[in-house]
Design a protein around this ligand. Structure first.
Ligand code: 8YV
Length: 325
């Protein structure tokens, strides 16, 4: 029997490439200056896609070109790069990589929050610039000691962040579309109401139309001049232009961002600001965790190849059986 043919539109980890090559015929679009001839030739035979955030979008147009497609295995817990709703209408299963990155991303969130509040990157720049002998780094206005953190999007990662904050003795509340049954943190159905009552927001929300620019001017003004905003979810959730204004006018105290609206582009205006800490989307970016995420992609595709249920189908495409098996 011939090996199943799968499409890899963007670059993926070596471990993923090696494992997939052993089992499948992999067509790598990113290696080509013009992807069209190969895509046109292989499209009718493609039964799976292996992809990830930062690579080409798996949209309706691409899905429509692949009539034999059964599974889209995404590297990443977020899958705003895949039109999962449309895939569902075609009986295609989309999988992601939850759980294996939860603790890593929560670690990053705490690091980013501390760095933002206590200005550690700025203090380090001060030392490296040789300024310490001329006097100590100024005392920071911000501290975690008098803060209450409102988590926006209390899912698996949000809960791991909340657990860490509890260990830091920092009170936690949250805003979600619906309350979570397994936690005792105070729930706010309304984001602005929560923002008025806390001084710190950590967003873990996924991207997509439902969350687009949810955190904007109204939220910043509700937080007020002590306000800190940390975003570890998706950049599109924060209105970047409004954030730049709020930071420039000191209507909030600071921001810590691991994600941006148009990655890898980061607005110059943001880079120029001292009251924010900026990371190049490294929330899950350790070898340890990225390998585990890669293994999950491999496991989902292997399960499909063996006719078994996928390990982690996304909510839009619950598994009820494979299209052709
Ligand atoms: C990855 C992420 O950086 O899992 C996610 O949703 O944002 C990150 O862990 C991203 O998926 C890389 O492709």
């Amino acid at each position: 029997m011939s090996r199943p043919e799968i499409l890899m539109p963007g670059r993926m980890l070596k471990s993923v490439n090696d494992a997939l090559d052993q089992r499948f015929t992999v067509h790598r679009l990113y290696e080509l200056a013009d992807r069209e001839p190969l895509l046109a030739e292989v499209a009718p035979r493609i039964r799976a896609i292996a992809c990830g955030g930062g690579g080409p979008i798996i949209d309706k147009a691409l899905i429509d070109r692949l009539p034999a497609l059964e599974i889209v295995a995404n590297f990443g817990v977020g899958y705003d790069n895949v039109d999962a709703k449309y895939a569902a209408t075609k009986g295609i299963i989309v999988t992601n990589t939850p759980d294996v990155l939860t603790e890593e991303v929560a670690d990053t969130a705490l690091g980013l929050l501390l760095n933002t509040v206590r200005e550690f990157p700025q203090a380090e720049r001060y030392l490296r610039a040789g300024k310490w002998p001329r006097g100590p780094y100024p005392l920071t206005t911000g501290t975690l000691r008098d803060r209450t953190v409102g988590i926006v999007g209390l899912g698996r990662i949000g809960k791991a962040i909340a657990r860490r904050l509890q260990a830091f003795d920092v009170p936690v509340v949250y805003h979600n579309r619906s309350p979570q049954p397994d936690v005792s943190y105070r729930y706010y159905p309304d984001l602005i109401t929560m923002a008025k009552e806390v001084d710190t927001i950590v967003s873990v929300l996924p991207g997509g139309a439902a969350t687009d620019k949810l955190i904007g001017r109204a939220v910043f003004d509700a937080l007020g001049p002590r306000g800190i905003v940390v975003n570890i979810g998706r950049g599109t959730v924060v209105d970047e232009a409004a954030l730049i204004e709020a930071l420039t006018e000191k209507r909030i105290l600071g921001a810590g961002l691991d994600v941006f609206e148009k990655e890898p582009q980061v607005p110059e205006a943001l880079i120029a600001l001292e009251n924010c800490v900026l990371l190049p989307h490294v929330g899950s970016a350790s070898l340890y965790t990225r390998d585990a995420m890669g293994q999950r992609v491999i496991d989902n595709l292997t399960a499909w190849d063996e006719g078994k249920p996928p390990l982690s189908p996304v909510g839009e495409t619950p598994f009820t059986g494979w299209k052709t098996k």
